[in-house]
Structure formats: structure tokens, C-alpha cells
Design a protein around this ligand. Structure first.
Ligand code: SUG
Length: 445
């Protein structure tokens, strides 16, 4: 039986904007209030999907959440017609309106944690949508994301869906961005590495920025997914790098199959963490642990370039490619490091630079934009085929974006009720392109 890594990229929603909502994410703060270009953002994301598909990889598409989120606005006491809700919120609670307009569901590395069937006791693929409870604009994603995942992986014989963890700080969960799996082949059981920012029963924590993922959440996911405890490692992120802007582990480390690329300062007690990874890996192919030194690339340069937020993919022809953001070419140390990485004796033999600048300006690189799902041939065939990228669906999505998206959006535009109509009309049409049924609960009136 063949197994594949299928990347499900988040389609950038029509209201993509820069609202400075993510404290601890330096790009989000630096670009707050800048004009965004939703059309370009969505097209850049779609081009990335096409590039991976042209390499010969299976590529999926995940629909965005519907924005604005009227349900949250109504729950916050705004009532009346949709346009009244928007106008009143714009006047009295502009921060809340921005949260309800965020297109942040595009970063599907935070949509859920996924465990492949070869790792789980019941032999099914497990999904737990992330509760994202550290930020309001992200916490409101969990419910719809859960519905979208159920509509894409809609077959009990192959897929097990869990509800998001309880919405409490104890269970802060940011999904696959803090989860890596090392194995010698996709279809073989693997070592699940859960990286957490904070153990809620310990004093080791960042001082400036919040730790978003807790150990308690990671434990709960591993239990729920029925993973073999001997094949799970729980490693604490270095609190100091969280304070330097590394708000998810995928901003400082990336793994694929038998390769793990990580920064020298990525983990708390790194020597022991690396030792534990080496001891716990049971694959028959050699493990490549590649540590990037602070002298070669500083944490600051890593955050600026997002080198670790690259996708590391196995090529159908053998070897691996690193799909890096083009910002890596603008930081000399990073470009030099990547050229050397390609030459060195390890499986990474291609570096491909992609332009996802619209997403990068909100702190989301290539790896943030995709949710990795390891699927067998049968599981892939049982998934919603309309959500897999083909030449045809590429054309349909490209035409859909060009028809519905604006090429300019700023904070003042969020107060215009017309934007709501445009966004909902577009998303309604999208459910037909992607065969999603009624995943959206627009709550219009
Ligand atoms: O949660 N940015 C996202 C970026 C998520 C990146 N994901 C991974 N590293 N996997 C976040 O901080 C910014 C929204 C704004 O400010 O408008 C934002 O939500």
C-alpha cells in the first residue's frame, strides 16, 4: 500500500488584512494597519499549491472560515440587521470587529493536529481542531475548521474526528505547527514530537510574549489520538526564543521523514532533547539531525527570513526539497546557509524559493499555510476529491479569486457592510466548487 504526505493549504479568504492582532508575532505587529491585497494573497497561495502539485506531490485545498464572524459579534451583544451589527461594532468595538474579520484560518498548520493511521491504535487518521485559545481572532476558527475537516475527511471507516480541546488556558493548543513526526517512511509508524511552550505546572516560561501551546494540551491530543506512549516525545520550546518572536515551533524547527532541521536555541535543555530524539527514533533509515548554529543563522535572522517555516518535502524522484519563502534570499547568512545545506551530505538536495509575501507580512510562511496529512491510497480515495488540486480546480479557484476578491483592503473598509456581502457571496460559491455542503453558518439577518 502506498502512503503519501498530502499538504492541505488554506485558501486565503477574501478579507485578508493586517490588523496587528497577534501579540508575540513580530510581523503581525510590524505590518499592522498596512494596506493588504487579498487577491494577490490568495493567488500567491494558489500558485504555491500549483508548484507543489507540479513537483508531483498530492496537494489539497482547505476552505477558509467565513468572515466576518457575525455569530461572535452577535454573541458580544450587537443586534439587528447584518449591516447594523457591522456599523455598530465598527464604532464601539473596532478591535473586536477586526478579530471577526481576520482571514487567519489561512494558516492551516494551526487548523488541527493530525495523526496518521499507522500511528493510532484504531488504525484511523485522527484529527483534533486546534482551539487556538491564546488569541480571540484565532479561537473563533475552531468550530468551522472542525466542520470543514469533517467535510473533507467524511468517512468513519478511515477517519476519526475529535472536538477541539476545552477553551481554557490549561489546554492552549495551536495544532500541527507544534507537532513533528519522524519516521523512515510515511506508511511506517513514527515518532510524534510534541513541542510545547509552557507546562502549566512549571515556572519555566517566557517573560515577554505568551507561550501558546501547553504541555497539558499536547498530552491530551496524544491520548485522544491513541498514540503509543513509547512513540511520543514532549519537548519544551526554549522560552527565550518565544520572547524573540518564535510563537510556534515551526518558526524554529522543521522535520520530514528522517530529517529534522532545527536551530541551536530551539529547545529548553537542548542537549537532552536531541538525545531523547535520537534514542526514541526507531526507523531503519539513518536519522539526520541537522542543528543550525547561532553563528550561522541567528534567531533574529531566522525570525526575519522564516527559514524554518519552509516546507521540507520528499520528492517523488527521491531526495528532499526545501520550499522556502523568498525572504530567505534577502538575508545573506540564510542564503549562504541554505546553499551549503544543499551541498552537504544529507537528503536535502533542492531549495525552491516561493513568494508568499502577503501571508509573510502577517507572520505566515510556506509551512504555516499547509496542514500535512499522511494518507494511504485508500484514505486518499475516501477523501473529498473536489478538495484536491488538479488543473481544473486550479483554473476554477483562480477564476473565483479574480472574480470576487478586492486588491486593496484597510481597516476603514471593514466598516463597510458591502464587504460582508462580497465575502459571503464568494464563500457560498466556493462551497460549490469544493463540494463542502453547509459548512458555513453565516447567521445572517
Ligand atoms: O497566529 N498571524 C498568525 C500567523 C500564524 C502562523 N502560523 C504558524 N507559525 N504555523 C498568528 O499569529 C496575524 C493577524 C493580524 O495581525 O492581522 C496572525 O494571526
Amino acid at each position: 500500500m502506498n502512503y503519501y504526505e498530502v499538504n492541505f493549504d488554506g485558501l486565503v479568504g477574501p478579507t485578508h488584512n493586517y490588523a496587528g492582532l497577534s501579540y508575540g508575532n513580530v510581523a503581525s505587529k510590524a505590518n499592522a494597519s498596512r494596506f493588504s491585497n487579498p487577491k494577490q494573497a490568495a493567488l500567491q497561495g494558489l500558485e504555491k499549491m500549483r508548484t507543489l502539485s507540479q513537483i508531483g506531490l498530492h496537494q489539497g485545498v482547505l476552505a477558509p472560515n467565513a468572515r466576518p464572524d457575525l455569530k461572535t459579534l452577535r454573541a458580544a451583544g450587537f443586534s439587528g440587521k447584518d449591516s447594523d451589527v457591522i456599523l455598530k461594532a465598527a464604532k464601539t468595538e473596532p478591535q473586536l470587529l477586526k478579530a471577526c474579520y481576520s482571514a487567519s484560518s489561512m494558516w492551516t498548520a494551526n487548523a488541527a493536529t493530525v495523526s496518521p493511521s499507522c500511528d493510532t491504535l484504531n488504525g484511523r487518521v485522527h484529527f483534533t481542531p486546534a482551539n487556538l485559545n491564546n488569541k480571540l481572532h484565532r479561537a473563533i476558527e475552531a468550530e468551522t475548521t472542525g466542520r470543514i475537516l469533517q467535510a473533507v475527511f467524511d468517512n468513519d471507516a478511515y477517519f476519526t474526528h475529535h472536538p477541539a480541546l476545552p477553551q481554557h488556558r490549561l489546554f492552549g493548543d495551536e495544532g500541527a505547527a507544534n507537532h513533528t513526526r519522524l519516521t523512515d517512511a510515511y506508511g511506517h509508524s513514527g515518532l510524534a514530537i510534541f513541542v510545547y511552550g509552557e507546562d502549566m505546572h512549571s515556572a519555566v516560561k517566557p517573560q515577554k510574549f505568551p507561550a501558546r501551546q501547553t504541555l497539558q494540551a499536547s498530552h491530551a491530543i496524544a491520548r485522544g489520538h491513541q498514540l503509543n506512549p513509547e512513540q511520543c516525545l514532549f519537548i519544551q520550546q526554549n522560552p527565550q526564543v518565544i520572547d524573540e518572536g518564535v510563537f510556534h515551533n515551526d518558526v524554529i524547527a522543521i522535520g520530514n521523514e528522517n530529517v529534522f532541521l532545527f536551530h541551536q536555541n530551539a529547545f529548553y535543555d537542548q542537549t537532552n532533547a536531541v538525545h531523547a530524539i535520537r534514542q526514541s527514533y526507531t526507523g531503519s533509515r539513518p536519522l539526520h539531525l541537522i542543528e543550525v548554529s547561532q553563528a550561522d543563522v541567528s534567531v533574529e535572522e531566522a525570525v526575519k527570513s522564516y527559514i524554518f517555516n519552509s516546507q521540507l518535502v520528499s520528492l517523488p524522484s527521491g531526495g528532499m526539497a526545501l520550499i522556502a519563502p523568498s525572504e530567505c534570499q534577502q538575508v545573506d547568512s540564510v542564503e549562504t546557509y541554505l546553499s551549503a545545506l544543499k551541498q552537504a551530505s544529507n537528503p536535502v538536495d533542492e531549495i525552491l524559493y516561493l513568494d508568499v509575501k502577503q501571508s509573510m507580512q502577517n507572520g505566515g510562511g510556506p509551512a504555516c499555510l499547509r496542514l500535512r496529512v499522511i494518507l494511504s491510497e485508500l484514505e486518499l480515495a475516501a477523501s473529498n476529491q473536489a478538495c484536491l488540486l488538479t488543473d481544473r480546480s486550479y483554473e476554477a479557484l483562480s477564476a473565483w479569486i479574480n472574480k470576487h476578491y478586492r486588491d486593496k483592503l484597510c481597516e476603514q473598509d471593514l466598516a463597510d457592510p458591502q464587504l460582508l456581502n462580497e465575502s459571503y457571496t464568494a464563500l457560498d460559491e466556493l462551497t460549490q466548487i469544493l463540494f463542502l455542503g453547509s459548512v458555513y453558518d453565516f447567521q445572517r439577518s
